[in-house]
Design a binder for this molecule. Sequence first.
Ligand SMILES: *[C@@H]1O[C@H](CO)[C@@H](O)[C@H](O)[C@H]1NC(C)=O
Ligand SMILES: *[C@@H]1O[C@H](CO)[C@@H](O)[C@H](O)[C@H]1NC(C)=O
Ligand SMILES: *[C@@H]1O[C@H](CO)[C@@H](O)[C@H](O)[C@H]1NC(C)=O
Length: 479
Amino acid sequence: MASPVAQVSETTSSAAATSSSSSLVFCHFMIGIVSNRASSSDYDDDMKRAKELGIDAFALNIGTNDFTDAQLGYAYASAAENDMKLFLSFDFSAWSTSDGASVGAKVKQYANQTAQLFVDGGVFVSSFIGDGVDVDAIVSAAGQDLFFAPNFAPGDGDFGNIQGALNWMAWPNNGDNKAPTAGANLTVSDGDTTYIDALDGKAYIAPASPWFFTHYGTEVSYSKNWVFPSDLLWQQRWEEILTLKPRFVEIITWNDYGESHYIGPLSSPHTDDGASKWAMDMPHDGWAEMAKPYIAAYKAGSTDVLPYITDEQLVYWYRPTPRDVDCDSTDTTMTGTANNASGNFFRGKPNGWESMQDEVFVVSLLKTAAEVQVQSGDQSQTFQAPAGVSAFSVPMGVGQQKFTATRDGTTLFSATSLKDIVDECICGIYNFNAYVGTVPAPTTISQLQPDGLSMLTLGLQVACPTNTLTAGTASATSD
Ligand SMILES: *[C@@H]1O[C@H](CO)[C@@H](O)[C@H](O)[C@H]1NC(C)=O
Ligand SMILES: *[C@@H]1O[C@H](CO)[C@@H](O)[C@H](O)[C@H]1NC(C)=O
Ligand SMILES: *[C@@H]1O[C@H](CO)[C@@H](O)[C@H](O)[C@H]1NC(C)=O
């Protein structure tokens, strides 16, 4: 905390070190669902991909599981090997606010790892919630300077004894962890203002997230079922961040399949906590690609993404079914009893479903202007897309989804999505996750691995065709 200059680390040579004192991009990574990883090499692909996108560090979300230390050992070893940085993000839904000394001891345990992120001379440490934890106990047990930027809540947490804070609320909300209502309607940018005021000049970690849908039924003990309005959020939020210029950005998340806000690949090794029901065949890789020029613009302090577009493409996404499709007779939330102590369980359509529009969303990343044609079912629309990044949406049509960009009458690229929009309940459930594709289409499609599918059928009432997408075969899905 003594030095005014960020030290990304003493050993870093390239990207992270040149990212300067002011702007760093983090990505939240759930250690809790990667207990099946067996060596540091199981982390290499994540480290390489994230670094290639311009992400400086993973925020490793940790609970108190027996496997945590083994996984942290692998993660730190892989990050060192791949020139990435890491820091611990204590999840206080598992840690207790009376655990200050153990939190500090855990910080100390990893502080001397090559891949540990340092900022302003302190070991970087963050959290998910944790208001009321004894910060002095953490610092004392860590035995060294920290850059502590927890997810304390303005009004609840003590902002006096910290170096920065993370705002987790990356989605429009009602102020009570659900979708907005007419009477309680907070934007993500309202949250920015509240945090920046509470921080009074200290470092702000602004959140950016593409989506939120979770749908755990009574087949598991942690039943929860809601959405936050997402639609074009990913593009709109990055535009806001370029203007806001926060000191740090945290992407929420790399691999939280359960809440549908992963930007990492489906193939990233992980276990199944029941999320495969809505993550299977729903790659989000296009969202990671879309973030790349925004990350570069943000780090350069620019509000203009155009100079940072290296590969022209279209990124598109949509929910796989219109929102009025009725799955009540087969959905996993409709039968059985759930513990609703959290207040997060709802039967049927996810709470907040009315906030999602039946539209197909398209973002164009272009070096010069082009014409973008979107065919959704039997409806077609054409847009004049300028150079840079632009967002469009068209009404969702059941059937094939086709996307074409033309310039001066010549087709630049065109692709038919591997996933049709269908007027039925896929695997019997309400699936409000997004299918994300790119044009040009990728040559391989990322798929859940066996460990990531282990709970697929638990609670399902109909057959569930698995890993049906195959690159190069448009409309390959079928029942
Ligand atoms: C790093 O710190 C831990 C805990 O303080 C200690 O056990 C370990 O020996 C240290 N490792 C190195 C390489 O200094
Ligand atoms: C919340 O406000 C936004 C504009 O900021 C509006 O588009 C949206 O419809 C509102 N939501 C509700 C539920 O009223
Ligand atoms: C769960 O609790 C929330 C908050 O009290 C409530 O709105 C919801 O209806 C409850 N769910 C069920 C299925 O009763």
